[in-house]
Design a protein around this ligand. Sequence first.
Ligand code: SF4
Ligand code: SF4
Length: 377
Amino acid sequence: MGMITVRRGAKRWHRVYREIRLVAMALKSPRHPVFAHVVVTRRCNLACTYCNEFDDFSKPVPTKEMLLRIDRLAALGTTAITLTGGETLLHPELEEIIRRIRHHGMLVVMVTNGYLLSVDRIRKLNRAGLDRMQISIDNVLPDKVSKKSLKVLDQKLRWLAEYAEFQVHIHSVVGAGTDRPRDALVIARRAIELGLGSSAGIVHDETGRIQPLSAESQKVIDEIERLSKPLFSFARHNPWRRNLLRGLPNEWHCPAGGRHLYICENGLVHYCMAQRGYPAIPLAQYTQEDIERESKTPKLCAPYCTIFCVHRVALLDTLRENPKQALVQLFPAQDGDGHEARPPFPVRVLTAAFAPSHAANGGHFFRKAASRLLNLD
Ligand code: SF4
Ligand code: SF4
């Protein structure tokens, strides 16, 4: 067994431990941000025609300023940070930012279009302690809409498969707006063949709404979901997505601004990338009161919201407050036979240990033992 395999295995188990800890902390307390998306530069080296997240001139956020923002997020109790852009690899000191996030014990994810990856850069990201990289690939061959193409990126994926010690996740998009839904399947199969993670997203229209899928697109999504079989897949069980795919709204409370933050290049806090401009308070002045107020503020955009990472946090909050309702929402009885929902074992264990209603019901000892194991006290 090569050294890289050993290091990869050790890092994977350490990451799983820290992910379980993140979920346990979110179940234990509603008072801290669970996820924050932080922009490191607005500039991008590509120009996908559907994207409004980039420009071609901005300078990277100065590293000193980025480190202050990371320190502030840590002080607010944030448990995971996703570095985003523009194109994150255009930041010349990205590795220093990643190191600072890990120094605070937070999980660190980065989103990239992959164009600037080299073996040397992958090794630097390994050393910095990156936990996860997400690459979106839009098509098999470049076209006028997007150059994020399997043909162009395949060599980068091979390097990642060979050298990356972090988790790599390839995201492809299926939907009414793409002419070739089967491209997503080709991309997902290549990712699995290389031992990388894969998932399928659904394209939105210009208002951010998911369009009902054609029969062919739906078939592609089902096939991609069958390709990877994790113990639990939020994408597969996501009740919000189930409704949106059928064109139905969701009734839920969005905790963005509290449990999820989006920090733009100017250091302002926004609800999410789709709702920039609210509350637009500088992170340096963001307080516990802001977190609690914004968590509770109703969001008019919630019924058709497609920001799945915020759904995930909302679900953790429902699990804490009303575990039974959350589990039934996630795992409805398949055939309407009225049987109890049967969630996977890890979901039941964490809920039993950390949801207060369970803890009050005799789970106190179990909660204490799990807290000690996860170093939560
Ligand atoms: S690569 Fe990403 S950030 Fe850059 S233009 Fe395309 S979608 Fe936007
Ligand atoms: S409902 Fe969705 S789009 Fe609206 S603020 Fe929350 S996460 Fe953003």
